[in-house]
Design a binder for this molecule. Structure first.
Ligand code: EPZ
Length: 430
């Protein structure tokens, strides 16, 4: 398995182009199941999870082809064309679903389009048990018959789905997306209350409306969908990845550098940028670009708690902890979304970070410097936090299991090397 070798201490300076959002692309790819016309997605990031989703959809009979590249701000985003004219299989097998939990997002659109689906339970992952009860309960309210047995969700809707009023007992990005993808073809009106408001859901709403769906309430707590009989194809450009942008913003801050993030969407990142400013980071916004800068001196420690959007994103919690390991004073970082999302902490402690875990919070006491060490990635965003720590640490850091990184960061070492990082991917010949 490949490793990442980083020699820290260089302030990163220059420009980084932000790619398309992984967490927008995945549900958008599933939207192709809703129509027999082609859905063309531009600015698709080149990531392992996207490939996994393409393989999953292909085995359902979706014709997935790379339509070439589109040049935006010098960034080559891929253009994917997806055509579900012939859905030949409605089973999403365990060996694919276990690789990527977002595979569960084929359940709603398959039910809506062909009236049946058999999807493996995704199972948990490093950050938590990740149940899908809210997805199942919502689909049952739309009239689906759902049985869970032998590790599979078997769902049918022989007479089609019927609109309903669904109030989510807790906010769930995936459940909101699955129910949205089902309701657009349901008979009648569906009201989804207490929905997630992440920008990726707004991107999905925009795409579905461009396909002919009737959806109101984008960006609010309640989405109202009037089902239609058929949806058309579309061409949709995927929004920029706010988590990738936030990660590189923190790379600039932790190395006392200056990085211009090209193509980042400031509104999507408002909570992240506000907290960076409170920690003493300079944030300059110009058109679609943001320049993150830290002159010499240490950052201020601040307390944050992760929350559903528009609060501080849980997907940047690990990276923010890395940033606070060198700040002046003590900061308390609370994780309220997932039950086990501090797996990066023991690895950061190996690098000299002073962190205590107290219940659902990490209490970080700033130290004057971290030291490089061999560390192990445990999940996608934890691995990003180890990269950030390695960029700041004195000496060499060797990160193992970096396949986690490849799920969500396109050409990370290339983008960081282009702004001065001493980083290379080491092929593990053993
Ligand atoms: C999405 O996961 C993202 N993944 C995650 O990003 C992100 O961390 C998460 O939303 C929260 O923002 C994608 O978009 C592909 P949830 P999702 O349903 O939809 C509980 C990354 O790093 N819950 O909003 O799975 C759940 O256990 C990934 O890119 C139920 O209890 O998250 C969690 O505690 C990691 N029952 C909370 O809700 C359910 O049926 C929020 O989960 C569903 C969820």
């Amino acid at each position: 398995m490949d490793k990442m070798r980083i020699t820290g201490g260089t302030p990163l300076c220059g420009k980084i182009i932000i790619g398309g959002s992984k967490n927008a692309a995945l549900p958008l790819m599933c939207a192709s199941l809703l129509t027999d016309n082609s859905v063309v997605l531009a600015n698709v990031p080149h990531l392992a999870d996207i490939t996994t989703m393409a393989n999953l959809l292909s085995q359902h009979g979706v014709d997935v082809s790379l339509e070439g590249q589109d040049l935006r701000d010098g960034h080559i985003g891929r253009v994917l064309s997806l055509n579900a004219g012939n859905i030949s299989n409605t089973i999403a097998p365990y060996d694919l679903v276990r690789k990527m939990r977002a595979s569960i997002l084929v359940l709603g659109p398959l039910l809506a389009r062909v009236g049946e689906a058999e999807v493996s339970l995704p199972g948990g992952c490093a950050i938590g048990t990740r149940p899908v009860d809210l997805h199942i309960q919502g689909l049952e309210k739309l009239g689906a018959k759902v049985f869970v047995q032998n590790g599979y969700i078997r769902a049918t809707a022989n007479k089609g789905l019927t609109g309903a009023h669904i109030v989510f007992p807790k906010i769930s990005v995936g459940a909101t997306e699955n129910l949205l993808l089902a309701a657009v073809l349901a008979e009648g009106k569906t009201v989804l209350e207490n929905v997630a408001k992440e920008p990726e859901i707004g991107d999905l709403v925009n795409c579905l409306i461009s396909m002919g769906a009737k959806i109101e309430g984008k960006g609010t707590d309640t989405l109202t969908i009037n089902g239609v009989k058929k949806l058309m194809g579309t061409r949709h450009t995927i929004m920029p990845d706010r988590i990738e942008a936030g990660t590189y913003a923190m790379a600039a801050a932790i190395t006392c550098g200056s990085i211009e993030l090209i193509g980042a969407n400031q509104e999507d990142m408002s909570s992240t940028l506000d907290n960076l400013i409170m920690a003493g980071v300079s944030v300059k916004k110009k058109n679609e670009n943001i320049t993150i800068e830290v002159s010499e001196g240490r950052l201020k420690s601040i307390n944050i708690g992760t929350e559903p959007y528009p609060g501080f994103p849980t997907d940047l919690q690990a990276q923010f902890i890395s940033l606070m390991t060198g700040a002046q004073g003590k900061s308390i970082i609370s994780e309220t979304i997932f039950e086990n999302r501090f797996m990066h902490v023991p690895e950061l402690q190996r690098m000299g970070a002073n962190i205590d875990l107290v219940g659902g919070s990490a209490v970080v006491t700033g130290v004057s410097y971290l030291t490089g060490a061999p560390v192990m990635a445990s999940d996608l965003r934890a691995s990003a936090s180890l990269v950030l720590a390695g960029l700041a640490a004195k000496g060499e850091t060797l990160i193992s299991r970096i396949y986690h990184l490849d799920r969500g960061y396109e050409r990370l070492e290339e983008k960081l090397a282009n702004v001065g990082a001493d980083i290379e991917r080491v092929k593990d010949e053993t």
